[in-house]
Design a protein around this ligand. Structure first.
Ligand code: NIG
Ligand code: FE
Length: 385
């Protein structure tokens, strides 16, 4: 097995406190690391680096773990730029816009959907995302949900069945019938292609009882749950996520003190999606309040054609710092290790011996530049052997 030595790393973020300065980011300056068989084999001071077959000199730049984007909806067709323009002119965002994308997605061929996912995954990768979760949820028939997940699986192991995204038009008069479809034949067809199950628990989508029923059916079929909750207003979703001890609950924009306390008590990760607040011109979630209460916070893009059509984790880091009162260190951790933990992954989101060697070389001396230089393409090299 040939070994690669990456040397002359001005600043190395390991996300392992034991390896670096003792902080959660585990920062080492003037560092090097060795990659063997796609895994990190050694990390340490440049002066102690072992010999290797090949050498990559990164010229004193910063190296960070690849981003882990734990929430995206990439299987879709159609365009909603007119809806965005209307929103910027004052029309409020509503969950019902999802149905526009459902119609376009149902009408698309497998090839068209696959090409769309490929384009967006590549766009993400250029911006440093090396692990991505992809949800279904724009098919909403047994066939269209199953094929959405089969297509997502071509690109990632982290696929999520979101048949409960919204009640489709043909079930508008029979939401209970739709829940039976989701928990019955649709779940049966989706399960083989999915690792997770998710529900949009919000006014205009699914209430807490429906969400509980769907998440319990998913769990019985071997799919652990995650949840979209408290996005458009305060609701019961965060409490439900904590009650069911889900690994993560996403959005968390409107929280009361009980929600914050429950997240702190249960360890359910709050995944914040600042691209949504940016793109819907809404108030941002208060990450500082969560962090100060001991809640684990992750950051993700929620890349989708309606509420957040960005594939950029660096943008999310910059927004989290500027708008959500996170420090640059907290935001980078949340976008890497936080995202990994939100997917129950211990092999990505860090650069410690044994971890997958997914790393980014930044055109910058420090990771702080990710927030300090918003909108600048700083990701110079992406490795994820
Ligand atoms: O995560 N919240 C629900 N689903 C997406 C929005 C989907 C859409 O508007 O098409 C979200 O924000
Ligand atoms: Fe989402």
């Amino acid at each position: 097995m040939s070994a690669l030595l990456v040397r002359h790393v001005g600043e190395l973020v390991t996300n392992d406190p034991a390896l670096g300065d003792g902080s959660p980011l585990g920062v080492l300056t003037d560092a090097a690391f060795v990659v063997e068989g796609g895994r990190v084999a050694w990390v340490g001071p440049a002066g102690e680096a072992p010999a290797a077959d090949t050498v990559q000199d990164v010229g004193g730049r910063a190296v960070v773990p690849g981003f882990v984007d734990s929430h995206s909806h990439l299987v879709f067709a159609g365009d909603r730029s007119a809806e965005f323009a209307a929103r910027m002119a004052g029309t409020p965002y509503a969950a019902g816009g999802i149905r526009t994308t459902v119609a376009a997605t149902r009408a698309a061929t497998d090839e068209q959907l696959t090409a769309g996912v490929a384009r967006h995954v590549e766009e993400m990768r250029r911006q440093g995302t090396t692990t991505v979760e992809i949800k279904s949820g724009y098919g909403l028939t047994v066939r269209d949900e199953a094929r959405s997940l089969a297509i997502a699986r071509l690109f990632t192991e982290e696929t999520t069945f979101l048949g409960a995204h919204v009640v489709p038009e043909e079930y508008a008069a029979d939401p209970a019938g739709y829940v039976r479809l989701v928990t019955g034949p649709m779940l049966d067809a989706a399960a083989e292609h999915a690792r997770w199950i998710d529900v949009f628990c919000e006014t205009g989508a699914f209430d807490a009882d429906q969400a509980r029923t769907i998440l319990e059916a998913g769990r019985a079929a071997g799919l652990p749950g995650r949840l979209h909750a408290n996005q458009l207003g305060h609701g019961p979703g965060v409490q439900l996520a904590c009650e069911l001890e889900l690994v993560a609950v996403d959005h968390c924009t409107y929280l009361d003190d009980h929600d914050v306390a429950a997240l702190g008590d249960t360890g359910t990760i709050a995944t914040l999606l600042p691209g949504v607040e940016f793109s819907t011109r809404s108030p941002y979630p208060d990450a500082r309040r969560l962090l100060d209460a001991g809640v684990t916070v992750a950051l993700a893009t929620d890349c989708n054609p309606g509420s957040s059509y960005t594939s950029s984790m660096p943008l999310c880091v910059a927004l989290a710092v500027r708008e959500m009162r996170m420090t640059p260190a907290e935001a980078l951790w949340a976008a890497t290790r936080g995202g990994a933990l939100a997917l129950a992954r211990r092999d990505v989101g860090l650069l410690a011996p044994g971890a997958r060697a997914h790393f980014l070389v930044l055109d910058a001396p420090s990771y702080v530049h990710l927030a300090y230089r918003p909108g600048v393409p700083l990701v110079a090299d992406v490795q994820s052997a």
